[in-house]
Design a protein around this ligand. Structure first.
Ligand SMILES: [Zn+2]
Length: 119
């Protein structure tokens, strides 16, 4: 294990590599969820002929589309956060340029807005 001891003060580099790992894990998880949704949608389409309750299927497909759109937005946020880690601008608000609070970044590593701009 190369994890630092819990009481060690992490350097910025350690902190950023931890954030990068968290973002990459999130990216993979989101991509899997999007893929699962695509499968659900294809299954629903191919079985559509045999289903009596088309209204329910349509509603579910609508929900899946909304969910997929939200997942893709989150993926965009994660991709942007990773790009900003690379160019050194990570941790500042894309709108006003203020530093985003550490607590907020810990809770939402892909946050692109400071708390003021997000609200
Ligand atoms: Zn801001």
């Amino acid at each position: 294990m190369d994890e630092p001891a819990a009481d060690a003060q992490p350097s910025d580099e350690d902190r950023f590599s931890a954030i990068r790992r968290a973002l990459e894990a999130e990216q993979e998880q989101l991509a899997n969820q999007v893929e699962d949704l695509d499968h659900v949608e294809n299954d629903a389409l191919s079985f559509d002929e045999n289903l009596s309750d088309r209204g329910t299927v349509a509603a579910e497909q609508g929900e899946n589309k909304a969910l997929a759109a939200r997942l893709r937005e989150q993926l965009d946020d994660v991709a942007l956060a990773l790009a900003r880690l690379e160019d050194g601008s990570y941790g500042t608000c894309v709108q006003c340029g203020t530093e985003i609070a550490d607590a907020r970044l810990e809770a939402m590593p892909a946050a692109r807005f400071c708390i003021d701009c997000a609200s």
